[in-house]
Design a protein around this ligand. Sequence first.
Ligand SMILES: *Cc1c(COP(=O)(O)O)cnc(C)c1O
Length: 417
Amino acid sequence: MDMRATTAADAIAVEERWCARNYKPLPVVISRAKGVWLWDTDGRRYLDMMSAYSAVNTGHGHPRILAALQRQAEQVAVVSRAFHTDRLGPFLARLCDLTGLDGACPMNTGAEAVETAIKAARRWAGTVKGVARDQAEIIVAHGNFHGRTTTIVGFSSEAEYRDGFGPFAPGFCLVPYGDADALAAAITPNTAAVLLEPIQGEAGIVVPPAGYLAAVRRLCDQNNVLMILDEIQSGLGRTGRWFAHQHEGVKPDGLCLGKALGGGVLPVSAFVARRDVIGVFKPGNHGSTFGGNPLAAAVGLEALIVIEEEGLVQRSAELGEHLRRRLHALSSPLIRDVRGKGLWLGLEIDPARVSARAVCEDLMRRGVLSKETHETVIRLAPPLVITREELDWAVDRLAESLDALATSPSASVPAPA
Ligand SMILES: *Cc1c(COP(=O)(O)O)cnc(C)c1O
C-alpha cells in the first residue's frame, strides 16, 4: 500500500489516521520552506509568523546552516559520548562565551535541558549547599511551560498539561509569576533553585513587571539559591537581546537553551551553568545517546555564528519595535493588548468578539501562518531574518483580517479554489 499522500486533504486524512491527536494543527499542509516563507502542497505561499516556537530564528533552510549540516553529515554524524569528537568542544566553548557561564551539558530537546537543570540543582543542593539528601525543593511559577516530561508537567499549573498523567514527582513549589514577595515567602532552607522563564511563552507571551528578574536575582543571592532561567523560547535573539534576562542586566546561575540552537534543522539543547553547578555531574550520573553529537554540535555552532554575523539580535530589536508600533496603530476593537519584546509579540484578542483560532484561520487564507495560544493570544514571531517589507506585508494582512472579522466575525475570505 502506498502511504504517500497526494492532495492536501489526503495528507491531513493520513496524518490524522496514524498520528496521535496530541496537536490541533491549522488545516494547511506544508511541503517546502525557504527563509521566512512556507509553501503548501498546492504551491500557495505563506509568511511564517510562528518560527516553530522560535526553533527557526535563523529562517528556513539557511544556506550556511545547511552547508554545515551537509558537511558534518558526510564527515561523521553520531558516535555517542563514548568517544570524544572534534566538534563538541568548540560548540560549547562558544555557547559559554556567549552566556558568560562556565560549562554546559549538551542535550537534544528543550525538555531534556530542563530535566538536566533540575537534576543539577538537586545534586548541587545536596553536595554544595548542604540540603539533606532528596529534600531539595525547586520553586517554579504559575503559568510555566518547561516541556512535556512527567516531572515537568507535574509542576505545571495547567490542568490540560497534567490531567491523567500523574503520579507526579514531589519537590516543586508554585508561586505567582512576577511577584517577588511571593517568591521570597516560598524560599526555605531546602530551596535549591528558582526555575523561571524570563518572559512566559506558552502562557501567552507574559512579560513580568520591570524589576522582577533583578529582585529574583537578589533573593537568590541572599538565600544561596540558584537562579535558573529557561530561555529555550526567549533566548538567542528572539526578544531583541541575545537573552531576555539581559533586558534587566541580571545573570542566571543556570540557563536552559534549545529551539533556535538547532538552526531550524535539528533538535539541539543545552544546560549552561556556573562551574559549581555544572560540576556536580560525574561520569555515569546523567547522559543522552544523541546529546552533543557532532552533527548537532556543528549545526549549533553555525546557528550561533549566523545569529551573530547577520546581526539578527539587533534586527529583532529594531523590527520588533516597528512591529509593536504598527500593531498599536491598528486600533482594532478586537485587540485587547499587545505585549512582548523584540520580534516576539502576543496579540490578545477579545474572546467575546472572536476567537484567536478564528483569526489564525482567517490569516492562513490570506497567506500568513500563526497559531493561537490559550484561546485568546495570537503569537507574532517571525524568523529573525525577516525584512521590514515582509513584516509590513504580514501586518497589512492582519489589519485586513481584523477589519473583516470586526464587521462580521463569521465572515472570512473564501478559500482559494
Ligand atoms: C518549547 C519549550 C520547552 C520544551 O522544549 P521541547 O524541545 O519541546 O522539549 C521548554 N521551555 C520553554 C520555555 C519552551 O518554550
